[in-house]
Design a protein around this ligand. Structure first.
Ligand code: NAD
Ligand code: MG
Length: 391
């Protein structure tokens, strides 16, 4: 029986993970759940269904409401961002599924690594912010970082049984997002509703907007660099609208190994949970004769500047990836609140990167300070631009 702690239990990845736990009751048991606390009724339902030992909510008010709804005996209740860290550090678990969205996942995910727990990582932002620190900590403790992101799960599978020294490059596939066919001149007028219509994946709002700007693929380039310990210029991107080839590894002899499957996050989530074994995922099966055609082409980096900004941040290193991620999170939130236009997301990130200092980020504490400082800086710029107006 594997004991699973789940960060981001109420999200798209979190709920799919819990579905899989329900499908394999002999294999997995939920020990801890964490979420922001926006939907207390849902969290109470999850507690009744999965009986975790502990629950951590960022929102203290939500935790108090949960205590009133759930009669004793109830799980231990942990409060605030410290509570999330306590959950992953102190509550025994064999695997911590890191599926919070954004930089909020950094400290609890790192706490899981420091406690020596296997991490199934969906929360790519943490590796963008602190890839060097987190992979070094994992290596030092022999902790496995198992990718949940579909592209990285694909690469992980394509690397199995091969020598890292033989890898020529990693080729990440991108669906191209909802604006793949939209002319560049029309992007500025795209609304929140337009951007939330992803062609192949159903996901949380932030990653769906990141997929529309292609920042998601930019973050994934950085994620791949750290997860697989390759040079930045060894990570390439091709657009593949069908989302069937989840990514590829090209070896020095020219051989390319790909991983294919239907676009269902259940497959990479279950692989990370059951690794190194495989289980029969309750998901549709791939029938290539019904797919018919697989197409691939170069991404348009002029139309999607976020891809180039992410690459620039990775190559620059130091503070730049932290600044990139923080600026992106604030800009995406402002777009979702209809305070800025779609193309202003990339403009704000570029401004934040241009204005970022040099220097390195030597510790997690420094990373957290820089993250907060950048968020404040970008937020103030947004406030100044629209005079504090909210739509
Ligand atoms: P989501 O928005 O659906 O869910 C996010 C979860 O995190 C929720 O449970 C929410 O309560 C919690 N949360 C958000 N902010 C928090 C905070 N400050 N403190 C504590 N909890 C907080 O997001 P998602 O689509 O499930 O994505 C989660 C992560 O997985 C992201 O990093 C995303 O990039 C990655 N990912 C998602 C998919 C997907 O298919 N959804 C695919 C690959 C990678
Ligand atoms: Mg992905």
């Amino acid at each position: 029986m594997k004991r699973v702690t789940l960060l981001g239990a109420t999200g798209s990845i979190g709920l799919r993970t819990l579905d899989l736990v329900s499908s394999f009751p002999e294999e997995f048991q939920v020990t801890g759940l964490a979420a922001r606390g926006s939907n207390v009724e849902l969290i109470a339902d999850l507690c009744r269904k999965y009986s975790p030992l502990a629950v951590a909510l960022l929102d203290g008010g939500a935790l108090d409401r949960l205590a009133r709804i759930l009669p004793a005996p109830r799980p231990e209740l942990l409060r605030g961002s410290d509570g999330l860290v306590t959950l992953t550090r102190d509550v025994d678990a064999d695997v911590v599924v890191s599926a919070l969205v954004g930089g909020a996942g950094l400290l609890p995910t790192m706490a899981a690594v420091l406690a020596g727990r296997t991490v199934a990582l969906a929360n790519k932002e943490t590796l963008v912010m602190a890839g060097s620190l987190m992979t070094a900590a994992a290596r030092a403790r022999g902790v496995k970082l198992l990718p949940v992101d579909s592209e990285h799960s694909a690469v992980f599978q394509c690397l199995a049984g091969h020598s890292r020294a033989d890898v020529h490059r990693i080729i990440l596939t991108a669906s191209g997002g909802p604006f793949r066919e939209t002319p560049r001149a029309k992007l500025a007028a795209m609304t929140v509703e337009d951007a939330l219509k992803h062609p192949t994946w159903k996901m949380g709002a932030k990653i769906t907007i990141d997929s529309a700007t292609l920042m998601n693929k930019g973050l994934e380039i950085i994620e791949a660099r750290w997860l697989f310990d390759v040079a930045p210029d060894q990570v390439h991107v091709v657009v593949h609208p069908q989302s069937i080839v989840h990514s590829m590894v090209e070896y020095v002899d020219g051989s390319v190994i790909a991983q294919l499957g239907v676009a269902d996050m259940g497959v990479p989530i279950l692989y990370a949970l059951s690794y190194p074994e495989r289980r029969p995922t309750p998901a549709a099966r791939l029938d290539l004769t019904r797919v018919g055609q697989l197409t691939f082409y170069e991404p348009d980096t002029e139309k999607f500047p976020c891809l180039g900004l992410a690459r620039r941040a990775l190559e620059h290193g130091g503070v730049a990836p932290v600044v990139l991620n923080a600026a992106n999170e604030v800009a995406v939130a402002a777009f979702l609140e209809r305070r800025i236009g779609f193309t202003e997301i990339a403009q704000l990130i570029e401004w934040a990167l241009d204005d970022a200092g040099a220097g390195s980020v030597g510790s997690l504490e420094a990373c957290v300070v820089l993250d907060a400082e950048t968020r404040g800086r970008v937020q103030r710029r947004i406030d100044a631009r629209d005079g504090g107006r909210r739509a």
